[in-house]
Write a new protein. Structure first.
Length: 308
């Protein structure tokens, strides 16, 4: 595939969007990749990183291996993802602490539009697919009501394993890698490491992410090649069920104290904005939800125009 500098800049911008999504629990960078039209190329490129790539490197040199791995694409994309995560980590952390309703409203609109987009790709609805969709909804909802683990285990090996598990979600539309980290109990640790540049923590998670991406991408590529319609049904269901996670208005049921002595919510419940204990900011919330919804429509329009 012949690409110009402009194309790689656009890919980098899509990476920025993926990175921004992956920073926030409940939103998937894989969803952004799917909507922006690079999802299957991403899976294919990552799955090309295998033993045959090492053989190509040995026998034909770096240039041939780089081409086989679709290196320019991956480099542009991951530069965008890395830049976004590093630059937005502090802002997202501040918004989560100071303007959670508006932030979650924005992402609620984003995820809602994403569901509609992915559902439109489904070409065949039958009773088997309906069952798969219902199971997807149930699974998506269940993972949003599991309380976060508040353990303090942050050994190097534990962080590698956490990164590997989270990376599977990062490239799967509908499931957030950050939310998996939140469930495991290391999300605050990773966010703090990004803002403080803790290389030990970041390197452990990065190693895990690379292992998970390489291993899981092959499986996803197989599923999309052979069971694409069923996968889209399940992903639509998971995203629909996971809307509970990004609902802007929550009430805290139980809390825990983190390692810095701060009180954090352990288990939350979605409530009506009219039952919300605080300022529901309803009008602004609706505006931000519309902005999130509109952003996905814009990405979809850009993707359609590119394919025409």
């Amino acid at each position: 595939m012949s690409r110009k500098l402009k194309d790689y800049i656009i890919i980098g911008l899509k990476g920025l969007g993926m990175g921004a999504a992956d920073v926030v629990p409940g939103v998937s960078g894989g969803t952004i990749a799917f909507i922006s039209g690079i999802y299957e190329e991403l899976l294919s490129s990552i799955s090309n990183i295998n033993l045959s790539l090492l053989k190509t490197l040995k026998n034909k040199g770096f240039k041939a291996a780089w081409k086989q791995a679709n290196g320019n694409f991956l480099l542009a994309l991951f530069i965008g993802i890395f830049t976004s995560i590093v630059s937005l980590a502090k802002a997202i952390k501040w918004l989560l602490e100071n303007q959670p309703v508006l932030l979650w409203s924005f992402f609620f609109g984003l995820v809602l539009a994403s569901i509609i987009y992915i559902a439109k790709q489904i070409t065949n609805w039958n009773y088997k697919n309906i069952v798969l969709g219902v199971l997807g909804v149930a699974f998506g909802y269940i993972i949003t009501i599991i309380p976060s683990v508040n353990g303090q285990e942050t050994s190097f090996i534990f962080l590698v394993v956490a990164g590997a598990i989270a990376s599977c979600a990062m490239i799967l539309p509908g499931i957030s890698g950050s939310y998996i980290l939140l469930l495991i109990g290391v999300y605050p640790t990773v966010m703090a490491a990004i803002t403080s540049k803790d290389l030990k923590v970041l390197s452990a998670v990065a190693i895990g992410v690379m292992i998970g991406l390489i291993a899981f991408s092959k499986f996803l590529k197989f599923l999309f090649s052979n069971y694409k319609n069923q996968m889209l049904v399940v992903l639509t269901g998971i995203m629909l069920g996971s809307l509970n996670k990004v609902w802007p208005w929550k009430t805290t049921l139980t809390t825990y104290t983190d390692r810095h002595g701060a009180l954090k919510p352990l288990l939350e419940k979605s409530v009506s904005p009219f039952s919300f204990d605080g300022n529901p900011q309803l009008m602004y919330a609706i505006i931000f939800a519309i902005l999130g919804f509109g952003l996905i429509l814009l990405l979809e329009k850009l993707a359609v125009n590119k394919n025409e």
